[in-house]
Design a protein around this ligand. Structure first.
Ligand SMILES: Cc1cc2nc3c(=O)[nH]c(=O)nc-3n(C[C@H](O)[C@H](O)[C@H](O)COP(=O)(O)OP(=O)(O)OC[C@H]3O[C@@H](n4cnc5c(N)ncnc54)[C@H](O)[C@@H]3O)c2cc1C
Length: 338
């Protein structure tokens, strides 16, 4: 597909909430050279820009004035392979799950626990996606980027990316400054399984070590049973981050709710599942306009009846306020408001 430029373009297919907002200009590019040319034009015209992947972590609050960029850089290249490791370079525009599927087929361990997460490879490196006890930072070797302000390439080693819980340098100091064009992953040809998490523990009981494909299949089955498929019901996955609170706040809650689920971070702080807090507020299934709190997993807000951006914003605000009123805890969104 050559460089494609569209004007007054509907983003409905480019955000998993399925919101019908428009971009003033939408540019899809196929190569790094095309990207560099487009960025030079954008700099000349001083246009506002946003690079998106599959829009599975975005909440468009209104039409976007400016240029939305999207990568069609798609390749999966095995750079090297020996007994201990496989290095794989992947274009930023590859669907994340296509990469997971290809690696499972090859028998390489690494991304299988992250199977079926929507989105693209470039965004995965920005977001530090995680699921079932694994975060993508554990398999990233380096991240290839182009600097928006200069068009110059820069390669970030994983250690420079300041990865944290759903966080990276690209969401903080360097927000909006670099575009990811490819990611190099370090995978393992021999078993390296992470099966401690919930239903995946069942795979541990088998006498043979599960293949990456078996783990991938199990992960997909679990996800399908719990999460809405974006093509059936619009959402952006977990809407809020799980809050990390001072241990005293946790202890206060535990007085009234002795079985409050929690995860000890260190002696001062505790993480409490946001889904539990929302459920205690009686908000499962709560609807506002076309938006709703997902019945099966209250951390997910869904587009139930042709929701408008304001319906989702209002519902998110309501959830946040209820949790604050009941527990004195402020929920922060995982989803990017645009
Ligand atoms: C049903 C569902 C389930 C989900 N489950 C999980 C889960 O288990 N774990 C998890 O971590 N997340 C999950 N998510 C969230 C989402 O899938 C991830 O955050 C994903 O990485 C977003 O990818 P994307 O391509 O859609 O990026 P977008 O949502 O389009 O963008 C996300 C961010 O990355 C930036 N970006 C995108 N591409 C590039 C690029 N090439 N260069 C620079 N910046 C870029 C954007 O500007 C934005 O800031 C889920 C979402 C849904 C809808």
């Amino acid at each position: 597909m050559p460089l494609s430029i569209s004007h007054n373009y509907s983003l409905r297919k480019h955000n998993t909430f399925g919101l019908d907002v428009k971009a003033e200009r939408f540019v899809a590019y196929d190569t790094v050279e095309e990207l560099i040319t487009v960025l030079a034009d954008i700099r000349n015209d001083k246009q506002r820009t946003l690079h998106i992947g599959n829009g599975s972590n975005l909440l468009f609050t209104k039409d976007f004035k400016g240029t939305i960029l999207h990568s069609n850089i798609k390749f999966i290249d095995i750079l090297s392979r020996d007994r201990d490791e496989v290095m794989v370079r992947v274009g930023a525009g590859v669907a994340w799950d296509d990469f997971c599927a290809a690696m499972a087929r090859n028998g390489y361990y690494g991304p299988e626990n992250l199977s079926h997460i929507p989105g693209e490879v470039g965004a995965a490196a920005i977001q530090n996606i995680g699921a079932y006890g694994v975060e993508v930072e554990s398999i990233i070797h380096e991240v290839e980027t182009i600097e928006i302000s200069t068009g110059n390439p820069r390669v970030f080693q994983a250690s420079e990316c300041q990865y944290g819980y759903r966080d990276s340098i690209f969401k903080n100091q360097l927000q909006g400054q670099y575009i990811v064009t490819a990611v190099v992953f370090r995978l393992s040809p021999s078993p390296k399984c992470h099966l401690d998490y919930g239903q995946l523990q069942e795979l541990q009981s088998s006498t043979t070590t599960p293949s990456p494909q078996a783990i991938r299949d199990a992960v997909i089955a679990i996800r399908r049973s719990k999460l809405p498929e974006p093509q059936d019901l619009g959402s952006a996955g977990s809407f809020f981050k799980n809050p990390v609170v001072p241990v005293e706040v946790y202890q206060h809650i535990a007085l009234s709710y002795p079985t409050v689920p929690h995860y000890v971070i260190n002696e001062d702080s505790v993480k409490i599942p946001a889904a539990w807090l929302i459920e205690q507020c009686g908000l499962k299934g709560k609807e506002l306009g076309g938006a709703a709190v997902y019945e099966r997993q209250p951390l997910i807000l869904v587009n139930k009846h042709n929701a408008k951006p304001n319906d989702i914003i209002a519902l998110a605000d309501h959830v946040k306020q209820c949790v604050y009123n009941k527990f004195n805890i402020t929920l922060n969104p995982e989803v990017n408001y645009i």
